[in-house]
Design a binder for this molecule. Sequence first.
Ligand code: IVH
Length: 698
Amino acid sequence: MNIKDDVEKLKRKLEHVIADSKMSSELEVQTIYHELSQFIHNCNYYYHTLDKPLVSDRDYDELYHLLKNLEERFLFLDSTHSPTTRVGAKVLSSFNVVKHKLQMLSLSNGFSEEDIKAFDKRLQDLTGISDLQYECEPKLDGLAISIHYQDGKLLYALTRGDGTEGEEVTENVKTIRNVPLVLSGNAPRYVEVRGEIVINKADFLSLNQQSEKKGQKLFANPRNAAAGSIRQLDSKIAAKRPLKLYAYGIGVHEGYAVPNTQYQMMQDVHSWGFQITNEVEVVSGAKGLIAYYNKLSHIRADLPYDIDGLVYKLNEISKQQEAGFIAKAPRWALAHKFPAEEVETEIERVDFQIGRTGAITPVARLKPVAVGGVIVSNATLHNMDEIKRKDVHIGDRVIIRRAGDVIPEVVRPLPQYRRNTTSIVMPENCPVCHSKIEIINDQAVARCTGDWLCKAQTKERIKHFASRKAADIDGLGDKIIEQLVDKELVKLPDDLYQLTLTDLVQLERMARKSSLNLLASIASSKKLDLARFIYAIGIRDIGEVSSKALALHFGSLENIASANFDALISINDIGEVMAKNLIEFWQNQNNQDMVKRLLECGIELINPEVQTVSQIDEDNPFFNKTLVITGSFNDFSRDKLKEKLQSYGAKCVGSVSKKTDMLIAGDKAGSKLEKAQSLNIKIIDERELSVLLNNESK
Ligand code: IVH
């Protein structure tokens, strides 16, 4: 029998039940309801997952209305997994945070052919097999989701969150048309399917066109649109967004007979009704991986979704288990990231931005252009030496590059198109405060000499003062600081402590309640660790580590301010330039006044116990070691961990090199982990770290 006949038969049965509702038994109604909802689930599957409609739109609409009709008429029917729930349900007030039954891991990254060869070589060494098979997939650029099913029915869905716990977004996930609400095939009694929620490129364009018509804000890229949609408290809004799920894995729970290969696992997921990408392939060795990379790079632009790389997984599951995990990423998988995207555009103008220390950065204002899914209209030109070296002019056609979330930069001009261009000239005076710009000859840097008289510098200095590692004033965001400085309510940091409710409520987007909260957090920032205070006052080149070293060594502000050059450089973390800057800072009357005023307005410094190196147990495994911390940790913030390791006499630096003794790798460790592996540097994950720290603190 063909589908058309099926549809007709179903309709007739339904008309009978609906017309004669009193005559039908509960069982009869339930049976036909079940048959109809299965049929519509199947139509959805064919339409949204296979892209092959099973019935005409008209028949679909008719059957859908009959289903709704049944649900409205017979209230005993259980419609929790009905196709009618796809339109969204009640509005939530917040999302519940729920612990993942199985952690959601991240992936190590690779960037080059060498990285791929090293990955394959490591696994060859680990497994003792020279010809390894890999299952390859695109790395979708959306957001990760974990969906739980019990007895074939969707139970709940969680975002990845920090990998340990995520937000429960079940109502929104149920609206995604290609997510099965009820599993088909031979699904286990309990199963967790993982995948990426995305918005396809074409759907994204029409979504933005609609928003534009309605005068609404446009989304920057498909990933932001997908993530924003999943975080809607009103699932009716999520239901209107063209979200899609591509499954890429299974959280294995009891009752699932794990197949031999990753590839077969993907086929299992597919057989239960999930969509997987069309690009899944199994290849052999590094050569196969590189060929897959070349092939996918070629067709990347034609894929329906955005990808930011590829994922390679050891195909044989038993070998995956042998390879195990490091720092919450499997050793058996690798994300091969695509290089930063480069595009052409034009420099319309160059502005000069003034930083906290007065340093001036030339910024190119560009003819807006899409790079990696975002519209870019500014790019840094770094400094005048770089402009000279690259020979960039205003009006030039240029290549710009954007990698991840870093600021885009101008890579090089295309001089062949040059016509009517003008040179970029550093102004003699600051564009904001008109003070003289000082060019330091042997440095590439130009500086505005306006200090606290320059509003641009003041804004950046106050932002620094209030920042998390400094005075940590919660609620004092950049936009508020900019208004406070523009209105001349704040000229120096101590002015923050004189602000009143009247001052704050006149600012944009500051209601009475948020103003009161801000006043409270300003007041509570008055108790301040000496190290934070030193960092907050922004002495040139004195960062967080050196501030801490100064506080621990000298124990009081007076001692730091009166220390001479020799005393300063005797400290491990203080070099000659820093010592010189410190001395110059305290000699400057303006700085002395600023510090005096801060103390007069009630800042209360908490001095640390002076710590000399001899107080540290020199036998501890971190003593005198150069460490790099990367990724995130369950039990520590990165800052707290750094503080702790420093108290053991370790030196914590930012990047991995041959001189690094140890890498402390948390969750989502990326390129630093790869680099440490390639340099054979000792790697410690959070579990080993806790053991070492506990042993030491006993
Ligand atoms: S597998 C243990 N496969 O990339 C491996 N992840 O850092 C777990 N992603 O947050 C991930 N496409 O959301 C895997 N084909 C794919 C993927 C993929 C995108 C995302 C995933 C995760 C991140 C890994």
